[in-house]
Design a protein around this ligand. Structure first.
Ligand code: TXA
Ligand code: MG
Length: 348
């Protein structure tokens, strides 16, 4: 299949019918799959009501069929069609964070969405992306749009159209290029059907921001303990892994340099993921500077590009700094731990 790729100005006015937007909406209405930019990462969109379209999403990604998709909407009214009810806490969260990087789990009405989109569950994950291009495409399609991150399963999520192209060229109908995404990590997934609202996946909206709006919120225990079964099916898979083994390093700068030197003495090409604060202390074969440590949002923006860059650089082993579990640091550490298969090297 030829994958068509075209650009859309990020500042598109979502109301007007731009031909570039209509082109994507037409493909979606014809049950084809199209990659679209969102504020978090690029999504691979398809008609959430069509088994045919959803099957194409799973096939292109090579995604396990028990991992449900997030349904994207452009207007709150779209929820009525496929959600049983909107609990009070969810309403509060929607008012505060939509459009934005928060995905909320609801009970779904039977028989509306493709059962493959929600992997046969009675619940459905929904979000309204905060990106004019995504909103315009969804609105003009008139459909709820199922959209996982637009990467091959297991690879880092795409933050540029080029990343999508590298993974999915020839496998999908189109790629709408709206430039780099803003947040850089995926949305936070929260379950409001639980007694205490529970974060199943940390993401762009932080636990602290959520607590300010609804009070008590907890993290799914599986996020802290890899032996506990996660409530979100997708969280059990290894993800984001670069080709070379990745180790997270807890300790001083000299400890990190010692690890690097040891590997280089054995003839290995060493890659390092660090920050502006750390870069001048690191001597390795390839160094990726991932934002500023004291501003974790800047690290999130570059994280997936960093993980992808190690493949291009052709290193044999990668060491990464660790980040504090606060704010968007929760999401950064969650992705890094997965990418590293939970391998940490500590100084003590
Ligand atoms: O920022 C994002 O959320 C991006 C953009 C494209 O919107 N999308 C994204 O989708 O990250 P995906 O498919 O890569 O991740 C969806 C996550 C998976 O961990 C999945 O298991 C979980 O959401 N999920 C979906 N439906 C669920 C449900 N009913 N209950 C629990 N978890 C669910
Ligand atoms: Mg994903």
């Amino acid at each position: 299949m030829d994958t068509i790729r075209w650009s859309v100005d990020k500042n598109v006015d979502e109301i007007k019918g731009y031909p570039q937007i209509e082109k994507a909406a037409d493909l979606l209405r014809n049950n084809e799959v199209v990659a679209i930019p969102t504020e978090t990462v690029y999504g691979l969109g398809g008609n959430a009501k069509s088994d045919e379209a959803v099957k194409k999403i799973f096939q292109a990604k090579g995604r396990p069929s028990d991992n449900p998709l997030i349904i994207h909407i452009a207007e709150k009214e779209q929820l009525e069609e496929f959600v049983v009810e909107v609990p009070e806490l969810a309403e509060k969260l929607m008012n505060q964070f939509w459009p934005g990087s928060l995905t909320i789990i609801f009970q779904q009405k039977e028989g509306i969405l493709s059962t493959s989109a929600t992997a046969g569950l009675s619940t459905v994950a929904v979000r309204m992306p905060d990106h004019p291009v995504a909103l315009a495409v969804i609105k003009s399609s008139g459909l709820p749009i199922a959209a996982p991150s637009a990467n091959r399963s297991g690879r880092p999520s795409p933050t540029t159209a080029q990343h999508v192209f590298e993974d999915l060229n020839g496998l999908i109908a189109g790629i709408v290029d709206g430039g780099s995404t803003g947040v850089g990590v995926e949305s936070t997934v929260i379950d409001c059907t639980a007694a205490i609202p529970t974060i199943l996946r940390p993401g762009g909206v932080t636990k602290e921001q959520i607590a300010k709006v609804i009070g008590d919120v907890r993290m799914d225990p599986a996020l802290q303990n890899e032996k506990v079964k996660p409530k979100s099916p997708g969280m059990k898979y290894q993800h984001y892994a670069p080709d070379a083994p990745l180790f997270l390093v807890k300790g001083s700068k000299s400890f990190l340099q010692k690890l690097i030197d040891e590997k280089r003495q054995h003839g290995l090409r060493v890659g390092v993921l660090t920050t502006i604060e750390g870069e001048s202390h690191v001597h390795a074969d390839f160094v990726f500077t991932c934002g500023e440590r004291k501003q974790l949002e800047t690290v999130a923006v570059k994280l997936y590009e960093a993980l992808r860059s190690f493949n291009t650089a052709g290193v044999d082993i990668i060491f990464s700094e660790m980040f504090p579990n606060e704010g968007v640091g929760d999401a950064i550490m969650n992705r890094l731990m997965k990418a590293a298969g939970h391998q940490i090297i500590s100084e003590e």
